[in-house]
Each structure stands twice: as structure tokens, then as C-alpha cells.
Design a protein around this ligand. Structure first.
Ligand code: KG4
Ligand code: ZN
Length: 342
């Protein structure tokens, strides 16, 4: 079923055409360069960028797939969570298109869509049930995913999201925005590699929740001390970046594998901007190698960041299960996942 996906929840304007797991095109236009000097996403700038580029991005996605608007059979759009002004552009655009073309519309949850970014490749797809780990700028959550529409939340961050922690620590270290790629690069350049400078917050041995504010504060005090001694040299910055990254990724790996063992599932599927991190992939792959029978799925790099292909894939799968939206679909900045308790 030819599905047009539309994603405008934050600073990426994206449109994609998919048929099941096959991605015919995925066009992403990012306004990240406009936010850099402010050290984070400015909602008004992001929204205006979506208004300016959405038509062009959709046209490019159609052209790249060799399709016309009339060929589209379903429109799937992110309707939350995200920045309300940014979401509104995608939702209004998708509703207008659905009405004028007379094709069905479905609104999807951005966080759930991240989990399905690993399905957009030729290899074997993860099988339900699996542990879904979302690591993005706004969320850090562990789910038990039983089906495309059946989730149990196992745990989530109690304070900062992991991407947010990367961004804040990067700012502290003077490495700029977005922080994830900057910290990853600095960590790779560290010649002194002490993984134990900062604490790991496990929140008890049975908890699947996360907390990243403690490690962030520990970095802040460490940096303040070095600054007082005039010792925050580039090598010290690299060493801090390395140790911070090891501390937070260690917690992720332990909790995700703990969840797979507690729930007796054999696959862990990771999605969200932070899964672009190559150290994260290295650590999960190594741990999977040591845990007989547990497989870890990562998206291709292009589908790690916000993109419309994952939105189209999820929308089509839900539509085929009988779900659909109508023109009353709203942008919902705090959209929650429908959970099952178990
Ligand atoms: O999923 P995403 O594109 O947007 C949200 O839905 O939030 O995630 C953005 C987050 C940012 O915090 C960014 O610093 C982080 O993903 N990120 C990374 C890397 N690339 C992006 N974090 C760690 N390592 C990376 N290579
Ligand atoms: Zn995202």
C-alpha cells in the first residue's frame, strides 16, 4: 500500500513514500543549523521552517519515488508528542491532503514510530514480543512490545532524557549543539580513558527507570573544579566526554538486557536519535555477543534521526489492523502511548 509519511514534530521536516518495509523515498530537511547559535531548538523557528519547506519536501519525496500524488493510498502523520507549533504544520498539511485526495489518514505516535525504524531494512525484521528502547532528545523509555498496537511501559526517565543529557553536558564542555555527535567525537579522541569518573544511576536492582540528572550534575562540579584550577584543556574535555558517555551507555545496556531477561524475550529493538551513536552500537553488540540468544536491532543510520519513513511504516501497519483517523485529528504535544498493564 503506497503510504505517504509526514514528520514535523521537532526540527526536521520530512516526507517519505513507503510500501510495507520498502522505502521508496525519504526526504529530510533539517533546521538544526538555525538553532545552533541558541544552543537548542527554538520552537518558533522550527515551525516557520516547516511551513516554508513542507510542500517542497513532499514534492521531492514523490519525485524521488517516481510517484504522483494521485498514487498515494494512505497518509500517515506524526501527531505527537513534540512541539505543538511544529506538529500543527504536519497535521494540517496531512489533513488537507487527505481531504483533497480522498485518501485515508492516520495519526501516529512519534516515539512508537522510532521503535519501528529498525524494520526499514532488507534484513530479518524483529519478531514480537521484543523489548523496545527509545533513546531520543525528549524520551528514554523501555517498553515490552507485544504487537504493533500493544505496549507495556517497563520504565522511563525520571528527569532528563538521554539525548537531553548529551546536549546539556556538551554545552557545559563548550562542545555546542547538538551534543550527541559532539560528545561522541570528543570521546573518540580521548587518550586517557577512565570510565569511572562519574556515577551510574541504576535506581535499584529491579528498576527499569532511568535518571540522568545526577551524572550531569557530577560533570558540572567536575568541570567547575577544573575551571577553578584553569585546567579545562581540550584533552580534559575529551576525557570527561569519554567517561560521561561510558557511564550513561553502561546503564542503558544493563537495563535493556535486564528487561529482556526479566520478560524472557529474545530481541531488543532500539530507536531514537541517540541510536546513531557508534559507541552505543558497539556496547550493545558486545553484550549481545555475550548473552546467548539475545539479538539487538538497530536502524540504519539514516533512520536513526527523525524521519518520515518510520512514520509511514507504522501508519500502514496500524491501518491494516483497522485503525484510522479523521479530520478531527489534532496535534498533541503530550501524546501518550496506549499502554497495557501486565
Ligand atoms: O530522535 P531525535 O532525532 O529527536 C527527538 O525525537 O528528540 O533525537 C535527537 C537527539 C539529540 O539530543 C541529539 O544530541 C541526539 O539525538 N543524538 C546523538 C547522536 N546523534 C544525535 N546522541 C548521541 N550520539 C550521537 N551520535
Ligand atoms: Zn525523534
Amino acid at each position: 500500500m503506497l503510504t505517504l509519511g509526514i514528520e514535523t514534530s521537532c526540527d526536521e521536516t520530512s516526507a517519505a513514500l513507503t510500501e510495507g518495509r520498502k522505502v521508496l523515498s525519504n526526504v529530510v530537511s533539517s533546521s538544526v543549523h538555525l538553532h545552533k547559535k541558541y544552543g537548542g531548538v527554538v520552537p518558533e523557528i522550527a515551525s516557520r521552517f516547516h511551513v516554508e519547506y513542507i510542500v517542497e519536501v513532499v514534492k521531492k519525496a514523490l519525485a524521488a519515488a517516481g510517484k504522483r500524488l494521485e498514487d498515494v493510498e494512505l497518509i500517515s502523520v506524526t501527531n505527537g508528542p513534540g512541539l505543538v507549533g511544529a506538529l500543527l504544520i504536519g497535521v494540517s498539511f496531512a489533513k488537507s491532503l487527505s481531504y483533497s485526495l480522498g485518501v485515508p489518514l492516520i495519526g501516529v505516535n512519534h516515539i512508537v514510530a522510532h521503535i519501528y525504524s529498525s524494520f526499514l531494512s532488507d534484513g530479518p525484521a524483529p519478531e514480537f514480543p521484543f523489548v523496545g528502547l527509545v533513546v531520543s532528545g525528549g524520551h528514554t523509555s523501555l517498553f515490552l512490545c507485544k504487537d504493533i498496537d500493544r505496549y507495556t511501559l517497563l520504565g522511563q526517565t525520571q528527569d532528563d532524557a538521554i539525548g537531553e543529557a548529551y546536549d546539556k553536558v556538551s554545552k557545559l564542555l563548550g562542545l555546542g549543539y547538538p551534543g550527541g555527535p559532539a560528545i561522541e567525537k570528543a570521546a573518540r579522541m580521548a587518550s586517557v580513558r577512565d570510565a569511572k569518573l562519574f556515577p551510574r544511576s541504576m535506581l535499584g536492582k529491579d528498576s527499569f527507570d532511568f535518571s540522568f540528572s545526577g551524572v550531569k550534575t557530577a560533570v558540572l562540579y567536575f568541570v567547575q573544579k577544573l575551571k577553578e584550577q584553569d585546567a579545562l584543556a581540550p584533552e580534559a574535555v575529551n576525557e570527561i566526554a569519554y567517561s560521561f558517555q561510558e557511564a550513561i551507555l553502561d546503564v542503558l545496556v544493563k537495563k535493556a538486557f535486564r528487561a529482556s531477561s526479566a520478560r524472557k524475550v529474545k530481541s531488543i529493538v532500539i530507536g531514537g536519535g541517540v541510536v546513531a551513536n557508534s559507541r552505543l552500537r558497539e556496547l550493545f553488540t558486545a553484550r549481545a555477543g555475550a548473552s546467548v540468544g539475545v539479538k539487538v536491532f538497530f536502524p540504519e543510520f539514516v533512520y536513526s534521526m527523525d524521519n518520515a519513513a518510520m512514520v509511514a511504516f507504522l501508519g500502514e501497519a496500524l491501518y491494516k489492523k483497522g485503525y484510522k483517523s479523521d479530520l478531527s485529528l489534532c496535534a498533541e504535544p503530550n501524546l501518550k502511548i496506549q499502554e497495557e498493564v501486565c
